[in-house]
Design a protein around this ligand. Structure first.
Ligand code: HEM
Length: 208
């Protein structure tokens, strides 16, 4: 009994994510170098959020493909991994917004409206998905509306992760000519990260 309470499942996943995020922000953000420390947190939260998103939005596909103990675990806990994804992505969003105060010049140059507005839309959708990840919301919205919200939100977030690396790899010289993405120091690492959302697209659209 005691063991199941300590296991990495159910609401424990959400609590752990929340505490992990708060602790990481506390340890990483450095007022002496707020821009670079915030950027480092944005890189970390973006990548961790993508990993959590992969296992939550990809759970049913992975289970269909592998039908193993670990994929069954993901199916059972995908709701909690989904909420954890939203917590991490909202911490990403809040740190971005905090930069508008703590590093306003950087923010003006590096977060133009054509990135900030669509990005904010994605965070709002992800937030709505998390808020409706409970039985009460499924009943209130009706299964059809609930499913539509989660499909539209899921694919929008998947497109946003894909876009992040399209921006890093191809669009940065046109859209953000003065910006340097740190991840570009490791081309192999960039392509490996880019492969994550592409793989999820592939798996979701794969027939069998
Ligand atoms: C509101 C608009 C957004 C802004 C201004 C923004 C800004 C940033 C910044 C400054 C970084 C650090 C990049 C660096 O300096 O090296 C970053 C990283 C990242 N962001 Fe965002 N972001 C936004 C929205 C999003 C959204 C909607 C997603 C996906 C749902 C996302 C996913 C990521 C990922 C995956 C990384 C890590 C990139 C890497 O591997 O280095 N971001 N973001």
């Amino acid at each position: 009994m005691k063991n199941s309470r300590l296991s990495l499942s159910g609401t424990n996943i959400v609590y752990l994510t929340f505490i992990g995020c708060a602790l990481t922000i506390y340890l990483m953000l450095d007022s002496a170098n707020i821009t670079e420390s915030s950027r480092a947190y944005l890189r970390l939260s973006g990548r961790v959020g993508m990993g959590l998103f992969f296992v939550s939005f990809g759970a049913s596909t992975l289970h269909r493909l592998f039908n193993a103990g670990w994929s069954h675990y993901l199916i059972k806990n995908r709701r909690y991994y989904g909420i954890s994804t939203a917590i991490v992505l909202w911490s990403h969003f809040l740190v971005i917004l905090s930069l508008s105060v703590t590093a306003s010049e950087w923010f003006r140059e590096s977060a133009p409206w054509f990135i900030l507005y669509p990005g904010s839309g994605v965070f709002i959708l992800v937030g709505l998905m998390a808020l409706s990840s409970n039985d009460y919301a499924v009943k209130k919205l009706g299964p059809k509306t609930w499913k539509t919200l989660h499909l539209v939100g899921g694919y929008t977030a998947l497109a946003a992760f894909t876009y992040e690396y399209v921006l890093v790899l191809y669009l940065q010289p046109i859209l953000l000519p003065n910006y340097e993405f740190a991840v570009k120091n490791s081309p192999l690492g960039t392509y490996a990260l880019f492969a994550v959302p592409l793989l999820l697209f592939y798996l979701r659209f794969r027939k069998s």
